[in-house]
Design a protein around this ligand. Structure first.
Ligand code: GLC
Length: 530
């Protein structure tokens, strides 16, 4: 593997949703000085990179994924000086900083769009997609038609997401130059990488009805990131890739992206976004195994993740967030983060956060779930609809981080945060978690310390021990003489035998003799077989 790719195995990324992490100025909204004040906490987890969800100037119709100025910080989060202080402090602590790059759309308040919408002759008009009649019957991701009428030009513009997020026209070379300059602006400031929002959307084919993965996708990505000075910049794309198309995007000679997220396992346990479906952890395992084999075969980087700001908590859906919340959260973390790849931890995951239950729609902010609510209201019983929203809303994972059990959970000094605290914040908060014997956070610390300590867990080969087929995941990591065995039991207690014996390195259970024997539900253990 090329040096700049292989180096990525040393990363452990912590994703921050800035508005919900820590508020420093008492306005109820998290901010950059808040992140700065918690860098030691972040470092204590054993992570060495942070990904900041968008902090640029934005009207916030989609919480910052609608950017009105790519070169400035939203005042809600602080100033450019705050950002520079955070960047310098992070680097001093050995933490890399990854920015969110939203290249498919801008805010409708962006200067380009203000100009573009003013007249057909405006030089910026071509920065967006216009048509006298909607070219397709596409629905916007957040509800309604994807085409919005614009009085001044008598045309419709395309918005794949909210009305306030017009898609930019990447077929226009000027647009491509603009985004190259934006990337360079942040690289010159010293950032270490980019997480690229819905990147597969930047090439479309209206005639063929392709709203993503269009014919010029690879050409555009290469033009953006394939430049020599970006060789050591880390990139991860949010893109729907199949096993075939990931090769075209992340191949080491492609000069496109270092990695892309794979979300296939996010679909386990749900039917559509808002309805639960029967599932077992074995279903998740099967998907992970498929990707481990595929990425090994083609020497590709794989991202290890279960949570982000776009999903309700993984452990609430496919694990157990009740009596066995600790066991299930740590078992899932072990099975995922010791695979071969780059771990991404989403804020709150490390304290075992769980979904909320609210009884009114006022407790929600997510533009996507509000769009769904609006469309479904009156068609489905209100109670049922709220149940669906509680199950599927992205707000589940966007609620303010609960640092402690006080009234404001140590998040803000304001009487109320921008979004109500998770309904279980008295029970699930950092202070309480780490005070107890069963601490998800301390387990994460031990897990990442082990990963940092043992190169075999980062660069070693991965191999499943196949004879252990059901209700558990047993695998080996091997590098030269080093060999580590990972045993994760799933939902049901069972006896597991026939395993090689070794020295216990880590377990989420108190009593642990050897590798062979009884395993409680969600019990896991890691052994050194050297
Ligand atoms: C991505 C982001 C999501 C956002 C959408 C539109 O999926 O992760 O939060 O709403 O793109 O930018």
């Amino acid at each position: 593997m090329k040096k700049e790719f292989s180096a990525c195995y040393d990363l452990v990324v912590y994703q921050i949703y800035p508005r919900s992490f820590k508020d420093s100025n008492g306005d109820g909204i998290g901010d950059l000085p808040g992140v700065l004040s918690e860098l030691d906490y972040i470092k204590s987890l054993g992570v060495n990179a942070i990904w900041l969800c968008p902090i640029y100037k934005s009207p916030q119709c989609d919480n910052g994924y609608d950017i009105s100025d790519y070169r400035d910080i939203d005042p809600m989060y602080g100033t450019m000086a705050d950002f520079e202080r955070l960047l310098a402090a992070a680097h001093e602590k050995g933490i890399k900083v990854i920015m969110d790059l939203v290249a498919n759309h801008t805010s409708s308040e962006h200067e380009w769009f203000r100009q573009a919408r003013s007249s057909r002759e405006n030089p910026y008009h071509d920065y967006y997609y216009w048509a006298e009649k909607p070219l397709t019957n596409w629905r916007a991701e957040f509800g309604g038609s994807a085409w919005e009428y614009n009085q001044a030009t008598g045309e419709y513009y395309l918005h794949s997401f909210a009305v306030g997020q017009p898609d930019v026209n990447w077929t226009n070379p000027k647009v491509r130059e603009e985004f190259k300059a934006i990337v360079d602006f942040w690289v010159e400031k010293g950032v270490d990488g980019f997480r690229c929002d819905v990147l597969d959307h930047i090439s479309k084919d209206f005639k063929k009805g392709m709203r993503r993965n269009g014919p010029h996708l690879h050409e555009y990505i290469k033009e953006l990131f394939g430049r020599d000075h970006l060789t050591n910049i880390y990139t991860v794309g949010e893109a729907e890739t199949t096993k075939e198309s990931i090769l075209a995007t992340c191949g080491q000679d492609r000069k496109e992206l270092k990695s892309v997220f794979q979300f296939t396992h996010f679909f386990v346990g749900r039917k559509g976004k808002y309805t639960p479906a029967p599932h077992r952890l074995d279903d998740v395992k099967k998907i992970l195994v498929g990707w481990q084999r595929f990425t090994a075969k083609h020497d590709l980087l794989y991202i290890l993740l279960t949570d982000n700001h776009d999903r309700p908590w993984f452990n609430s859906r496919v694990g157990n967030d009740g009596a066995l919340r600790f066991e299930s959260a740590t078992d899932i973390a072990t099975m995922v983060f010791l695979l071969k790849g780059i771990p991404f931890v989403y804020e709150g995951q490390e304290i075992g956060c769980a979904n909320s239950h609210f009884s009114t729609i006022d407790a929600f902010n997510d533009v996507e779930c509000l769009g769904y609510y609006k469309e479904q209201k009156g068609l489905i019983d209100e109670q049922k609809l709220l149940e669906q929203i509680n199950f599927g809303s992205r707000d589940n994972s966007r609620r303010p981080f609960a640092w402690d059990g006080s009234e404001n959970h140590g998040f803000t000094s304001a009487p109320a945060p921008w979004l109500p605290y998770a309904t279980r914040s008295d029970e699930i908060n950092l202070e309480k978690d780490t005070a107890g014997e069963k601490s998800v956070c301390n387990y994460y610390r031990a897990l990442f310390a082990l990963r940092a300590d043992r190169e075999v867990l980062r660069r070693g080969e991965w191999q499943q021990l196949k004879r252990f087929k059901r209700n558990c995941f047993v695998y080996l990591r091997t590098l030269g003489e080093e060999k580590i065995l990972v045993v994760c039991n799933f939902e049901k207690a069972q006896k597991i035998t026939g395993l090689p014996e070794g020295k216990l390195l880590l377990s989420n259970a108190k009593r642990r003799l050897g590798a062979n024997g009884e395993y409680a539900p969600y019990e896991c253990a890691v052994y050194d077989l050297k």
